[in-house]
Design a protein around this ligand. Structure first.
Ligand code: SF4
Length: 453
């Protein structure tokens, strides 16, 4: 299917990606496919023969950006009529969006969804033969295509998808509608991929899935996420294994012990709470209560006291009262997350929450969000202050974005550390070094390297 070099090698492409790591990784797959066809990546849209927009529909803001940015391509298409413009990703998988896209932007050449990335060579062939927009949105949720080439951005870390889709139907979330039901990759294929990445010099693996805790439930045999982690923990060359995302209702005791026991599995857990109010959690269809979540955190910290814990929180969910919101504030003060991704509720057409009464006005959402961010920032800073003058182990990833004389990396618990060193990056890249923390901040730590391992 791939590796067709018939296309002129001088052709250039670029992909604009919106949204989460899943989408970023899908773009890496499309890059792999296009390079196997002889295309070359360019950062310059003016130079590109093919421009793909890989869209996200999880939040309204991302959708609005997509519409705005695609509208701006009209001028480019008029000046360069031969450029192929394509739109793909989660947004296209929503009912009616592909047709709406075609109507609003008739100059788009290709529209496809999340289930048919592997068809990209065939779709591009159709574009060259047809005069009108080619649309292919599949509902093929059952298959996993293992032979898709992937071109990852060069780096210390690599994403590896272990499962696709989600069965949870949280009432605010569009993902199960656009990514389909849970499908787990066979463990042998995951292990082979991680072994290959290790041989290629990757040091850190980030396992991806909408809910990694239900990995394996759809497979024959006794494979679970914990068992998969224990197998991956044996792989030479890989220094660290992280994963996301974990649904609290499915986080097993076995997984807690696996994180505690496996040398390469990082002491880090992203455990979205979404709301601190049991009343709102019920409306969100999250299937756990505030008390159950707090108990789970106690269990985790008992086994892994230094775990780096992060979360996601939505404020202003339909029906959220001042009391519900203050329950969320109280919960974050109790748990003291290392960090949190906090959002105002965004209505997603087609989800149950979008049809709920008691929608919260924008002003209230904004006020609650600002209040929560302020409190969490203070907690993050307080937690990071505990590391002042302490020595942490950092996997060196590169140079700091803001200061090219400073190196950057992460702790085992997922904290970003920017540090000075007498040794140059090329000697430290991909190594674990010891850094003394001198200046903790809310979102990162600053320090100086003491020694390399
Ligand atoms: S677990 Fe809930 S929030 Fe996460 S992807 Fe599935 S439906 Fe969406």
């Amino acid at each position: 299917m791939f590796g067709n070099k018939a296309i002129n090698p001088q052709k250039y492409f670029t992909i604009v990606t919106y949204g989460c790591q899943m989408n970023e990784h899908d773009s890496e797959k499309m890059t792999g496919i296009l390079e196997s066809m002889g295309y070359t990546w360019t950062d310059n849209k003016e130079e590109a023969d093919l421009i793909l927009y890989n869209t996200c529909c999880v939040r309204k803001h991302a959708e609005e950006r997509v519409y705005g940015n695609i509208g701006m391509l009209k001028d480019l298409k008029q000046r360069k009529p031969d450029v192929i413009l394509g739109v793909c990703g989660c947004m296209m998988q929503q009912k009616g969006v592909a047709q709406e896209m075609k109507k609003r932007f008739p100059f788009i050449d290709l529209i496809f969804g999340t289930f048919n990335l592997h068809n990209l060579p065939k779709l591009l062939e159709e574009v060259s033969e047809k005069k009108e927009t080619v649309i292919e949105i599949l509902d093929d949720q059952g298959r996993i295509y293992e032979d898709v080439p992937v071109k990852r951005k060069k780096g210390v870390s690599a994403w590896v998808t272990i499962m696709y889709g989600c069965n949870n139907f949280c009432s605010y979330c569009i993902v199960p509608y656009v990514r389909g039901r849970e499908r787990s990759r066979h463990p042998d294929n995951i292990i082979k991929e991680v072994e290959k990445l290790g041989r290629e010099g990757v040091k850190e693996i980030i396992l991806l899935g909408q809910n990694v805790n239900s990995y394996g439930k759809d497979l024959e045999g006794k494979i679970t996420f914990s068992r998969l982690l224990r197998k991956l923990d044996q792989i030479e060359n890989i220094k660290r294994i992280r994963f996301m995302t974990s649904h609290p209702k499915d986080l097993s005791e076995d997984l807690i012990l696996t994180i505690r026991d496996c040398q390469r599995v990082c002491n880090q857990l992203h455990l979205p709470i979404q709301s601190g109010s049991s009343n709102i959690l019920k409306k969100m269809n999250r299937n756990y209560t505030r008390e159950e979540y707090l108990n789970l955190v106690r269990r985790i910290r008992k086994e892994i006291p230094d775990i780096g814990l992060s979360t996601d929180i939505i404020v202003g969910f339909p029906g959220e009262t001042d009391k519900d919101f203050s329950d969320t504030v109280d919960l974050i003060k109790q748990v003291k997350f290392d960090s949190a991704f906090m959002f105002a509720y965004s209505k997603r057409t087609g989800t149950p929450a979008a049809r709920m009464g008691e929608q919260i006005d924008e002003e209230t959402k904004k006020r609650r969000l600002e209040q929560l961010i302020k409190i969490q920032n203070a907690i993050s800073k307080e937690k990071n202050m505990l590391l002042k003058n302490k020595t942490v182990e950092v996997l060196v990833e590169g140079l700091s974005k803001n200061n090219k004389n400073v190196l950057t990396g992460r702790t085992d618990t997922g904290k970003i550390v920017n540090f000075t060193s007498d040794v140059s990056l090329d000697k430290l890249y991909g190594k674990i070094v010891k850094v003394r923390i001198t200046h903790p901040k809310s979102w990162s730590l600053t320090g100086e390297m003491i020694s390399a391992q």
